[in-house]
Design a protein. Structure first.
Length: 288
């Protein structure tokens, strides 16, 4: 008998009464295009729709959220956040809103964000019973989408920073996240602390150390495939934004798993050359 989906949870969010949340992994599903029994939760062009629908149903069961309405987005690497305050705002079946963040105070509405290296951020207001789900890749982080989500919760729902709990899910970690000048310049133009988000890493592959002349390049420094290369800490970037928005350090949790390192457990767009499935981070208040 096939095991069900493995779901990762934040101990911080688990302590909030009536809150349902979880970060999916790739194991225990029905999809076969990205490996055997994969839990792909996105309607990709290469996967069968019926398999994804079965995966989603199993994921909701694993969360204990099978009675909830799942709301997802057509993600576009933006800072667009949709605030859902009434059932009439929910798109009809099969439709998705364009954007990268969702906020709601409606009980029974499960907010879902899909990732395969980018950072999923889940936020819960335990007093006002409001939840947010944010897709924060480097473009979203550069536009302060996590910080913006907290600001909207404060402005629209009177959320207090001390009541917020935030979980940063599995994503590509600094160890594997090589970026180019475009990304560096974007962050440096927006954040005074940008230099703290980057580190210089040299390629220490044994064969390159033993035979360095074989890997000599005439390209300018920083433009070759061998070190040094600049690595971005996207987890730290989003954590810093949550802190700047007023969320207490003790009320922010971050997963340790790197999607690029752990392709046995997680999907990684970079490590798998773009041919991969999608994970889902989901959150809701369930009063049933």
């Amino acid at each position: 008998m096939k095991a069900g989906p493995k779901i990762l949870c934040s101990p911080l969010l688990e302590s909030v009464p009536s809150l349902v949340h979880g970060f999916s992994t790739r194991t225990g599903g029905h999809s076969q295009v990205y490996g055997q029994d994969q839990l792909n939760l996105s309607f990709t062009a290469t996967d069968r729709r019926e398999d994804v629908e079965r995966n989603r149903a199993d994921f909701l069961i694993g969360l204990g959220a099978q009675e909830l309405r799942l709301l997802t987005l057509r993600q576009i690497h933006s800072d667009i956040i949709h605030v859902v305050t009434s059932p009439e705002q929910l798109p009809p079946g099969g439709k998705s809103l364009n954007g990268d963040g969702l906020i709601t105070g409606l009980p029974g509405v499960l907010l879902g964000i899909q990732t395969a290296d980018c950072v999923p951020v889940l936020i819960a207001d335990k007093r006002q019973r409001v939840v947010a789900a944010v897709h924060a890749g480097w473009r979203g982080a550069a536009k302060r989408i996590a910080e913006k989500a907290v600001g909207i919760m404060r402005a629209r729902f009177a959320s207090r920073p001390q009541d917020l709990r935030a979980a940063i899910g599995p994503a590509i970690q600094q160890c594997c996240y090589v970026v180019g000048d475009e990304v560096i310049e974007e962050f440096e133009s927006q954040f005074l602390y940008a230099k703290k988000l980057f580190c210089e890493v040299y390629d220490e592959a044994p064969v390159k150390k033993k035979y360095p002349l074989l890997f000599m390049t005439a390209r300018a420094p920083g433009h070759s495939s061998i070190g040094p290369q600049m690595h971005l800490d996207l987890i730290k970037a989003n954590r810093r934004q949550l802190l700047d928005a007023g969320v207490s350090k003790k009320n922010i949790w971050a997963a340790e798993e790197c999607t690029s390192c752990r392709t046995d457990l997680l999907f990684s767009h970079r490590s798998e050359g773009g041919y991969t499935g999608r994970l889902m981070a989901a959150i809701a208040f369930n009063d049933n």
